[in-house]
Design a protein around this ligand. Structure first.
Ligand SMILES: NC(=O)c1ccc[n+]([C@@H]2O[C@H](COP(=O)([O-])OP(=O)(O)OC[C@H]3O[C@@H](n4cnc5c(N)ncnc54)[C@H](OP(=O)(O)O)[C@@H]3O)[C@@H](O)[C@H]2O)c1
Length: 335
């Protein structure tokens, strides 16, 4: 609170004056709070000197997400729960969708506060389930401003296409792609009435670079990251047109690389797996759910990303692709 008051006082005293102070989620992040405090002190120093360079002013950067209603599908999972927390920290109201993990979603709602969080459980492969979630959001918060289509699952075993059953293929496509289609369709119906809204889809680097042994998942995520995102950015712009004071409806996609969540924690504890998945990354770190959540919050903010639509943002430390062969598997004489 002290920091916010200091910034506000500084703004009041300085009027229209400039260093940009980025103020976001400071409550939850002591490190960011320290950085912010340093900046406030720097602003004060500039002010107390000769008034600082001409035209310098303090500007508070805000996501503008306060009181927006955000539906996060799969909020009972690793990335979804971090995303819901990040939106709540921006002052948004969150609809926490879950499927089988209702207890996890209820615990999260308890931590965020019942007045800002609503839990809605449903199997999103079913039209009736999707309709139920949106109806609950409508009843409690009067609608949905932002959809984060994050729910998804993948077959953990590597299965080459020649061995993939039709059943696995269809299950994956339904869980990943059809569920996103159904949520987006329901959301677009709401957007058409309200003439506002934006969506962030959660794809995967599997959809960008492919993933051997997971053709079903990679194909479904490619469809989200490219075909859907790039088509729907044009459709939503007609449902929620740009006006003098509104950026217009937007659709974007975040593609995480390997990200540590409870589901894959054990696998990512294996040094050989870590070596393999980080080998093509400029920043060789396994992603954290917060890395993905931050990108989603940015894209969902009309104030920060109001002129960004139809984009596929890969959040994977600068990954360039897959490590396909181990050195001993290659014969340079045949290359
Ligand atoms: N973690 C990674 O390395 C990684 C990398 C790239 C992309 N992704 C993508 O990121 C998204 C979030 O994944 P995560 O890593 O956070 O996994 P997670 O912890 O397993 O969460 C998956 C979420 O999806 C929900 N879900 C699964 N099937 C569903 C269905 N039929 N109907 C409704 N909800 C369903 C789950 O609900 P319940 O638990 O309540 O049943 C859960 O909330 C997924 O789309 C995933 O493909 C993850």
């Amino acid at each position: 609170m002290v920091v916010i008051q200091a910034v506000r006082r500084a703004v009041r005293r300085r009027g229209d004056a400039a260093p940009v102070v980025f103020m976001s989620r400071w409550k939850q992040e002591p490190q960011r709070r320290r950085v912010l405090w340093e900046r406030v002190r720097a602003c004060r120093k500039l002010r107390s000197g000769n008034g600082g360079p001409a035209g310098l002013s303090i500007v508070l950067m805000d996501s503008g997400l306060r009181d927006k209603v955000v539906l996060v599908t799969g909020a009972s999972g690793g990335i979804g729960s971090a995303t819901a927390r990040a939106f709540a920290a921006e002052g948004a109201k969150v609809v926490l969708h879950c499927h089988r993990g209702r207890e996890r979603a209820m615990a999260l709602a308890g931590a965020l506060g019942r007045e800002v969080a609503l839990v809605a459980s449903a199997d999103l492969r079913r039209e009736a389930g999707v309709a139920k979630v949106f109806a609950a959001a409508q009843r409690r918060f009067g609608g949905v401003d932002i959809l984060v289509a994050n729910a998804g699952a993948w077959e953990t075993r590597d299965i080459g296409l020649q061995d993939m059953t039709l059943r696995q293929w269809e299950d994956t496509v339904r869980t990943v792609l059809t569920s996103a289609f159904l949520c987006l369709r329901e959301f677009f119906r709401m957007v058409a009435k309200r003439k506002r809204g934006n969506a962030v889809l959660v794809g995967s680097t599997a959809g960008v670079f492919g993933e051997a042994g997971h053709a079903d998942y990679a194909a479904a995520k490619s469809a989200m990251a490219f075909g859907l995102t790039r088509t729907l950015k044009n459709e939503i712009a007609r449902l929620a047109p740009h006006t003098a004071d509104y950026c217009g409806g937007r659709v974007n996609c975040v593609c995480p690389g390997w990200t540590v969540v409870p589901r894959n924690r054990a696998k990512l504890g294996d040094a050989a797996v870590v070596r393999k998945v980080t080998a093509t990354m400029a920043l060789p770190k396994i992603g954290r759910p917060e890395d993905i959540a931050n990108a989603i919050v940015y894209l969902a903010s009309d104030d920060l990303a109001g002129h960004v639509s139809g984009q596929t943002m890969v959040v994977a430390g600068g990954m360039e692709g897959r490590l396909l062969w181990r050195p001993e598997e290659l014969d340079p004489a045949l290359a």
